[in-house]
Design a protein around this ligand. Structure first.
Ligand code: AMP
Length: 427
C-alpha cells in the first residue's frame, strides 16, 4: 500500500475520513456521550463489539441487494484466508453477539446501546464519510408497540438533550412477513407496466421497494400512483402502527408520516423511522432505524423481533453547529496554575494533584515560562481561575488566587486553596 503523501513527505488521513482535533473533539465527545446518556436513562446496557466481522454476517444480515452490502463494504482477506469486513452498520453485529452469548435466553426484551466507528466506501462529501460514528440502540425480543414508541422517543430525547430543535421525525410502517409479499407483488406488477431501463427493472425484480427511492425526476413522475405499503397493511400491522402513533402523541413527540420512506438496509419491517435535519443539505439524515422481524432467525437465532436505531454522531455535530449550539464544556480546564521558579513548580504539582483529586479540572504551565506568557496560556485554556505561585507567596505559605472573569485576586493560605477555588467555580 502506498501511504497518502502530502507536502514535505508528510502523510494525510485517508480520503473521506474525518479527524476530530481540539477544540472540536470536545464537542464530538460531548455529543456522543449525550446521545448515549439518553439510552442509559431508558435502561439500555452498553455492548462493546469488534469493528470487523466475518463478511457473511453482513451479506446475510443486511441483505445482498442493499447498496451498503453490494457497493460500500470494506472487505478484505485476512492472513488466515478468511473474508473479513469492517462493520458498515451495528445491528447485525449486536444480533450476532446476542445469539452467541445467549442474551436472548434471559429476560426480554434485551436492551443494548453501542457507540463507535462504522465504515462505508461511499463517495465522500459534506456529512458523508468513509468512517463515521453512530450511537445505536437495539431492543430485542418484544413486538409490543410501546417498545417502538420508546425507541423513537429515546432518539428524540437524545437530540433534545443536545439542544436540537430543527429536525423532523419521519415514520412509516413497512408491513411484516404476512402483508409484505402481497404488496411486493402488487408493486412489481405496477413497475412491470412502466417503461423502465434494464438496471431499474433488475432492481424491481430483486427489491421493488428500493425503486420507490429512485431520485431521478422522470422515474419519480412515473411512480406518482405507485401502490404504497401503508395503504396495504394487514389489520394487525395497521393496529400496531396506530398504537405506536398514539403513544408518540401522548409523549408529545412530533412526527410526520412519510409513506414513501425507503431505508438503506434490507431488514426493516413494520415501524420504520428517520430523523431528518433540513439544515444539513444533501446528507440530511441525522439518524434512523426501525423494526426487524426476521433478522435474528436469518442469523441462526430464535425468531425474535427487534427494533433499534443508529444515530449519526458526525451529522449531529454538524446539526448542532448549524443551529449555533455549543455542546459540552469548551474550556480545557477550570483552574490554570502558573508557578514562578522550581520550588513553586513543585508545590503547584501538589496543589494541582489535590484539586484534581477533588474533581476539579486543572492544567498548569511548564518549563519556567515568563509570567506574561503563562497568564496568556491561562486565558486561552478557558479556565475560570488562575493560581499564581511565586517565591514570595511560597515563603508566606500562600497562593495568589485570581478570578479570571472578574479580575479579582487575593492571596489564599495553601491549606484553603481548594475551598477558595470551589467558591469561585460555584459562583
Ligand atoms: P443508516 O445506518 O444508514 O440507517 O444510518 C444511520 C445514520 O448514520 C444516518 O442517519 C447518518 O446520520 C449516519 N451515517 C450513515 N452513513 C454515514 C456516512 N457515510 N457518513 C456520515 N454519517 C453517516
Amino acid at each position: 500500500m502506498t501511504p497518502m503523501a502530502g507536502k514535505n513527505n508528510t502523510i494525510s488521513a485517508p480520503k473521506g475520513v474525518p479527524d476530530y482535533v481540539p477544540p472540536q473533539s470536545r464537542t464530538f465527545v460531548a455529543v456522543r456521550d449525550t446521545l448515549v446518556a439518553a439510552a442509559d436513562r431508558a435502561g439500555y446496557s452498553p455492548i462493546e463489539l469488534p469493528v470487523f466481522e466475518d463478511t457473511a454476517l453482513f451479506t446475510r444480515g443486511v441483505g445482498e441487494s442493499s447498496d451498503v452490502v453490494s457497493k460500500e463494504m470494506y472487505t478484505f482477506t485476512d492472513r488466515g484466508d478468511r473474508s473479513i469486513t469492517l462493520r458498515p452498520e451495528g445491528t447485525a453485529g449486536v444480533m450476532r453477539a446476542v445469539i452467541e452469548h445467549g442474551l436472548d435466553r434471559g429476560a426480554l426484551p434485551v436492551k443494548l446501546v453501542y457507540e463507535g466507528p462504522f465504515f462505508r466506501s461511499e463517495a465522500p462529501q459534506a456529512g458523508r464519510y468513509r468512517q463515521f460514528h453512530q450511537v445505536g440502540i437495539e431492543a430485542i425480543g418484544s413486538d409490543d408497540p410501546a417498545l417502538d414508541a420508546e425507541v423513537i422517543a429515546v432518539g428524540h430525547e437524545a437530540y433534545r438533550a443536545i439542544g436540537l430543535t430543527g429536525y423532523r421525525l419521519e415514520l412509516t410502517s413497512l408491513g411484516d412477513q404476512n402483508d409484505r409479499p402481497a404488496y411486493r407483488e402488487k408493486l412489481q406488477a405496477f413497475l412491470a407496466a412502466l417503461p423502465l431501463d434494464d438496471a431499474t427493472r433488475e432492481r424491481a425484480r430483486i427489491n421493488p421497494l428500493r425503486v420507490l427511492d429512485d431520485k431521478r425526476p422522470a422515474v419519480q413522475a412515473m411512480l406518482a400512483d405507485a401502490p404504497l405499503m401503508l395503504d396495504n397493511l394487514s389489520a394487525e400491522s395497521s393496529e400496531h402502527f396506530t398504537e405506536v402513533l398514539a403513544i408518540l402523541d401522548r409523549l408529545d413527540v412530533p412526527y410526520v408520516i412519510n409513506p414513501r420512506m425507503v431505508r438503506g438496509l434490507d431488514y426493516y419491517t413494520r415501524t420504520t423511522f428517520e430523523f431528518v435535519h433540513p439544515k444539513l443539505g444533501a446528507q440530511s439524515g441525522l439518524g434512523g432505524g426501525g423494526r426487524y422481524d426476521g433478522l435474528m432467525a436469518e442469523l441462526g437465532g430464535q425468531p425474535l423481533s427487534g427494533i433499534g436505531f443508529g444515530l449519526g454522531v458526525d451529522r449531529t455535530v454538524l446539526a448542532a453547529a448549524a443551529e449555533g449550539l455549543a455542546v459540552g464544556p469548551t474550556a480545557r480546564c477550570e483552574v490554570y496554575g502558573v508557578p514562578m521558579g522550581q520550588a513553586a513548580s513543585r508545590e503547584l504539582a501538589v496543589i494541582a494533584g489535590r484539586l484534581r483529586g477533588a474533581g476539579i479540572r486543572v492544567d498548569r504551565s511548564y518549563g519556567g515560562r515568563g509570567l506574561k506568557v503563562a497568564l496568556k496560556s491561562a486565558d486561552s485554556s478557558g479556565a475560570r481561575v488562575a493560581l499564581v505561585l511565586g517565591e514570595r507567596d511560597l515563603e508566606q505559605g500562600t497562593v495568589m488566587v485570581k478570578d479570571l472573569l472578574s479580575g479579582d485576586q487575593r492571596p489564599v493560605a495553601l491549606a484553603e486553596v481548594e475551598s477558595a477555588v470551589a467558591a469561585i467555580l460555584a459562583g
